[in-house]
Design a binder for this molecule. Sequence first.
Ligand SMILES: Cc1ncc(COP(=O)(O)O)c(C=O)c1O
Length: 394
Amino acid sequence: MVNTPGFRLSARFADVKSSPVRDIQAVIGRDDIITFAGGIPDADLFEADDFAAAFDYVLTHQAKRALQYASTPGEPELREQVALRLARQLPTHPDQIQVTSGSQEGLFLVGMALLDAGDVVLVEQPTYLAAVQAFSLAGARLVSVPSDEHGVLPDALAAAIAEHDPKFVYLVPNFQNPTGRTMPLERRRQVAELLVQTGTPLLEDDPYGELRFDGEPVPPLASLPGMAGQTVIQNSASKTMAPGVRIGWLRAEGDILRALEIGKQAVGLQTAVTDQLAVARYLATCDLDAHIVKVAAAYRERRDAMVDGLRAILPSQASVNRPEGGMFLWAELGEGVDTAAVLPRALECGVAYVPGWPFYAADPDHSTMRLSYVTNTPAVIATGIERLARAFGW
Ligand SMILES: Cc1ncc(COP(=O)(O)O)c(C=O)c1O
């Protein structure tokens, strides 16, 4: 970072970089670039009329509340609605909900609540990079735990807990960002048993779980025996409803709730009341389940277009997975390929993706890349794949 005269930046920023996804996002605003980079929902699939009606209702009938300061944990209507939704998987009382300005803020608040400089957070390999950013700013040392296509490896997790005495473990068990992988029930049981035995807290980040296209839902780790009290689980409106409303929520029990609330007071006093009430109104009066079915059908078709299109042309040493939901798939292009080095050429060819390296807390695999299939129609995906083929020389 450049030194600004007079300002002496906090040491916290010394090793924390801007998110490469956001940086790539900034250079791909051009219309001629097909982007597989960000997890950007297709705006044509938003329920714009339902949201217009919800905001209209709020500003017509609840304006004095909507435009006023409000309490830090969140608006009662929204806490009630999201507690009801979470209760499908895990008994939840509205008092256990802290509303956040997107689940990204939730990561920051948990970091603030639990971390002191030098504390260890255990993460999957690879992991969600903006979580690394949030925990690093809170002073954490991130240690990645060897993982396979089902997520973190229980034996490796046990060894890492014994060695590092982490403050918490951070997992994205459903359709993980960046890999799209999901942790099966048996693995969840093993991980949960270990966390309970060792008294290790879990931050279970679940923005994608409801976006399932195939297979059966898997219960959250928080719902497994002994886990509810030692897990903070968080969800978001971003992937199922709309990211622009910036609404997320944390569910927690006990003292940490109070720390999260105090952290939230310090960061922003409260989440925007208009947005909270509009999302609560949307949830109370519209059919989110039906919307998710519609979105999932579109995303399933796009996932298949991307997986099938890539598998048809990838060289034999390369592979790509077929996640059962979410927004991303993960490609491993094989030894000798450096996806970051090819990115400028890909941009010249008119296609963007995110190289895999920033998602690793340590020992990056430079041959990997994350591709989002949700933003573009199958026809545009096909053109994007032709451009990728040109860039990589497939
Ligand atoms: C795993 C994960 N957690 C949290 C977030 C933050 O999302 P938001 O702040 O929009 O809820 C994202 C966004 O991509 C994500 O992939």
